[in-house]
Ligand binder design. Sequence first.
Ligand code: ADP
Length: 409
Amino acid sequence: MNFRKDYSFLIFLYLVVTLNVILGSNKFVTILLLFSIFVITIYIYENIKKIISEDKDASMSSLLNKLDRTQKETEESYKKFLSLSKTLGSGVFMVDYDGKITFSNKDVENYFGIDIANKEYKEIIAIEPLYKFVNQAYLIEEYTRKQIIFEERYFDLISTPLYEGDMFAGILVLVHDITSLKNAEKFQKRFTADVSHELRTPLSAIKGFSEIMMRDKDMSLENRNEFLGLMNKESERMEIILSDLMVISKMDRLDYELNLVNQEIKGIILEAINVLNPKFTDKSLEKIVDIESCELFIDKVKITQVLLNIVKNAINYTDNGYVKIKGYVDKKQYIIEVSDSGIGIQKEKLEMIFKRFYRIDKARSRDTGGSGLGLSISKNVVMKHGGSISVHSVENEGSTFSFTLPIKE
Ligand code: ADP
């Protein structure tokens, strides 16, 4: 605002009038001067009014602009928060000071089956463990964390208090679905228990035989040799279990990688079958081999392990007849089928045989030196190659195990 000039001019006029009065000048001049002062004062007054109103308008519009910008920024942050909450892969919701759920993302709805947004948190009492957690977090106004179970799923809940200045403004709750983690934990515990059990059996046998031998000093050489033979067999079994466990623990690692190389599968299959030739001869089984050539991108060591395991099983669980190994190209995959005329598998047990340590006839598996881990390792290897494994079997007639390997284009 530049009123200084106007004011100075007005003061100057007043001085002239005052001087005029003091000097006792002409009345007409004095009245003329007073009139001029009056006109100029009104003019200045109007001018100032206009400037003030213009200024007011300007500051008002800048205020509105600022408000608009803040509103846009808030909307922008909210949009960012919404899109973040969608891609978060976890549930998130907010409860305000009055106990109302002002925001809740889709994951929360998926986890608990209802959309809790815009409800009072007290209305979610049907989801009891969640309600209890929110209630406590809301009342104590502090960081809270708890794991809950809802309809057989596990959730990790974290609540953080929100503040506006120093005032409590509600809570922000994060919901992580940790069901797969919990299941992996359970699986690991059961696996550890199974391993201890599997190792304890041969260990107890070795301990028992050695105690008898120590006690019975006069044991015949024949018996002694028999016991030593049994102890040797049990220790071999332990060795097989431990080496299979090493394979499993290696393959379970997240950073495990196959050693994939382009190679001709026919040679690999024939090589594996040759290793088992003595077993075919021992059991006088007919060996039928029908293999097509094909170049595959595979880990030779691992695929050999799968072949050895499946063909060895076919021999072990077949008392007479044949074992047939067929390999052929089918569209974009190579299929390997191992059929036998053996004892077969009951229908209801077909799914179980790929599980770790599962054996239908424990005694028979033990006799043949099986660890009960072969098929689960085979399945893992085939799946890591991008293939699949399946079994078809009829009890007392025989089984066919097939697995596929993708053909790289
Ligand atoms: P194992 O070391 O006991 O052979 P596997 O994991 O290789 O362990 O096999 C699991 C179980 O599946 C075996 O104990 C056996 O009961 C069954 N099985 C596997 N292959 C055959 C087969 N060819 N014929 C009948 N049963 C089989």
